[in-house]
Design a protein around this ligand. Structure first.
Ligand SMILES: C[S@@+](CC[C@H](N)C(=O)[O-])C[C@H]1O[C@@H](n2cnc3c(N)ncnc32)[C@H](O)[C@@H]1O
Length: 262
């Protein structure tokens, strides 16, 4: 049965895609005409993807998925939002990358929907907060990896919530429910539905992958972030820095690279 709060997020993301797709932050037309939306962190982490089968979880309208394909990967993108997948399928045709596969599905319900295993599972920038059950998430990742395959995530560091104004509880078990939230690209746009987000402490994120049988190879923490979260940020080298030009005193992003044993 679909998770009721995930379904609320599905509605919200169906709405947000229309705001994002033409927003300069996403550079959609540039990617369609040959540009790459991937950042240095994930490019270095996954290295040469030529001929590798890559599953991209929470792909939105697929710009990163298609960028991996241009670098030689055989790609499948998955997202809960109908509108994301509809747009991803339009964009792949315009980009001449028709062989990319896009599937609408809740990540937590994915087992059994795709009948294939992957060398790489990837997800990035704004994903784990939408998942109500990260134990289930790690099982999905592990299920879809071939023995010897790698998982890589780069995303918000959960400690960030302590620096919100007002701060949130790092260990909160209840989801954060935000009606009429401002869109993260267009802050003047208010999302009609309610957003439901979950807080997952870093130890828990690491532990669910260990429990799912993966070997953690590297954990990264970064003193900068991936989008302009408010006033006072400067953009440099693909990232946003606060204070301008400086390093944050707390980690704003984290990454995990893990491998499924052979
Ligand atoms: C911030 S975007 C991240 C993707 C990518 N970095 C980007 O910016 O295009 C989050 C994505 O997660 C998707 N999502 C949210 N909850 C999901 C779920 N339970 N299963 C699959 N996708 C989900 C949303 O539809 C959205 O496309």
């Amino acid at each position: 049965m679909p998770h009721p709060d995930h379904e609320k997020n599905r509605d919200a993301w169906n709405e947000m895609v229309g705001v994002h797709i033409n927003h300069p932050e996403y550079r959609t037309e540039e990617v369609i005409s040959g540009g790459c939306s991937l950042k240095q962190i994930e490019l270095e982490a996954l290295g040469d993807v030529t001929g590798r089968h890559l599953l991209h979880l929470q792909c939105q309208f697929g710009l990163d998925t298609l960028s991996w394909m241009r670098r030689g990967a055989v790609v499948t993108g998955v997202d809960i939002s109908d509108e994301s997948i509809r747009r991803a399928n339009e964009i792949k045709v315009r980009a001449g990358l028709e062989k990319a596969e896009f599937i609408r599905c809740d990540v937590l319900d994915l087992i059994g929907v795709i009948d294939k295993k992957y060398d790489l599972v990837f997800q990035s920038y704004g994903t784990h907060c939408w998942l109500s059950d990260i134990h289930k998430w790690a099982k999905v990742v592990s299920y879809y990896l071939k023995p010897g395959g790698s998982f890589f995530i780069v995303d918000d560091h959960p400690i960030k919530v302590l620096f919100y104004k007002p701060p949130l509880n790092y260990f909160d078990r209840e989801p954060e429910r935000t009606p009429a939230a401002p869109d993260y690209c267009d802050r003047n746009y208010r999302i009609k539905g309610e957003l439901v987000e979950w807080q997952h402490p870093l130890s828990e994120i690491i532990n669910v992958f260990i429990e799912a049988g993966l070997i953690i190879e590297h954990v990264g923490e970064y003193a900068y972030t991936y989008y302009k979260e408010g006033d006072g940020y400067t953009e440099r080298n693909d990232h946003y820095w606060l204070p301008p030009g400086g390093l944050s005193t707390y980690p704003m992003m984290m990454s995990i690279k893990a491998r499924k044993p052979r």
